[in-house]
Design a protein around this ligand. Structure first.
Ligand code: SF4
Length: 335
């Protein structure tokens, strides 16, 4: 039994496509193989048509499935009736990718369609730094967003939000940071030591978590913040119970780093309780340490010409938890 000619099949499949740009075309075919009457028969089941433009850039790729009716199939397989090869009934488009480029030949979007050109299922946009390095990829399902306002009109609930990736490079042009983001939201992880120690290096830990979470679970995240445990309230009681409170307080004090004083969060943020009283930070709030100076309540901020500038900050021994080592705040390390 003769095998179908691959060359003829290529021509037939290609002829079903518009040839407006005279692209070069590659066909990738897959066959199911069976033994029939002691002779090997081959049946084409799938084919992928990939087209390139004159610059050898991918224009589109289309996956077809070949559901050839039984009556046609035997003519197709035994190749006696060459005419049956011309019949493309049973040829169904499964999915179609389309690629767009800017004038600088950079890929700017990739689109996924279903069985027809009006079934856009997925789109992703590519943005670049001025040196040509990839900066961001933004993806979304167009059916769930306002297409007339592609990005700013996006809803941010879990089903509809787009997601994307961003890239940062070091001086050698190698990717230094690869983050995932969600419609303006970012995914930050927080780490604090399980025991009475200073936290490890934020950068080293972030690199390790980034690598391990990506390799093991395919999870990307934006930042990892390393926080010191503050020896107050519940953690203070825990340290007392295990007999480590004194040791931990000494560790924090011995590692006090004056370089962190300018960056501690009480210099730029305030905490407010449900009654409107102000605190220099949430730790002070937990300890019930009121603010020094005249501004103690939200109402006090309504006084004309009132200013928080140069107001004294209420401090205590727990503040070494912010200044020890590389420093600690709700945004992670300070130095
Ligand atoms: S604990 Fe002390 S140093 Fe840290 S934010 Fe609060 S007041 Fe500032």
């Amino acid at each position: 039994m003769k095998k179908p000619s691959n060359i003829i099949l290529c021509l037939i499949l290609a002829s079903g496509l518009p040839l407006f740009a005279r692209p070069s075309t590659k066909i990738i075919k897959s066959y199911s193989i069976s033994q029939n009457f002691g002779t090997e028969t081959r049946e084409l089941s799938r084919s992928t048509v990939v087209r390139y433009n004159s610059k050898n850039q991918l224009i589109d790729s289309t996956l077809y499935i070949h559901n050839i009716p039984l009556s046609k199939k035997y003519g197709y397989i035994d190749f006696k009736d060459r005419q049956s090869l011309q019949k493309i009934e049973g040829l169904e488009r499964l999915m179609h990718f389309k690629y767009e480029y800017n004038l600088g030949d950079q890929l700017v979007s990739k689109q996924l369609y279903g069985s027809s050109d009006d079934s856009l299922r997925w789109k992703e946009f590519y943005k670049y730094y001025s040196n040509g390095n990839l900066w961001k990829i933004v993806r979304f399902d167009p059916s769930k967003v306002n297409m007339s306002n592609k990005l700013s009109g996006l809803s941010s609930d879990n089903k509809n939000m787009p997601w994307g990736e961003s890239f940062e490079y070091n001086g050698d042009g190698r990717i230094e940071e690869h983050k995932e983001f969600y419609a303006g939201f970012i995914l930050n992880l927080v780490y604090n030591p399980s025991g009475p120690q200073l936290p490890p290096s934020q950068k080293e830990l972030e690199d390790t978590y980034r690598r391990e979470l990506k390799e093991r679970y395919g999870i990307f995240f934006s930042n990892l913040f390393v926080l010191a445990n503050m020896p107050i309230n519940r953690y203070e009681n825990y340290l007392k119970i295990i007999g480590k409170l004194e040791e931990y307080n000494k560790l924090l004090k011995d590692n006090h780093n004056p370089g962190n004083i300018n960056s501690v969060m009480c210099r730029s943020t305030l905490s407010v309780d449900w009654k409107g009283y102000l605190y220099d930070c949430d730790f002070n709030q937990q300890l019930g340490m009121k603010r020094n100076g005249d501004i103690k309540h939200l109402n006090d901020l309504l006084t004309p010409l009132v200013s928080l500038r140069n107001n004294p900050i209420s401090i205590g021994n727990h503040c070494f938890g912010c200044t020890a080592g590389a420093g600690s705040s709700c945004g992670g390390e300070l130095s």
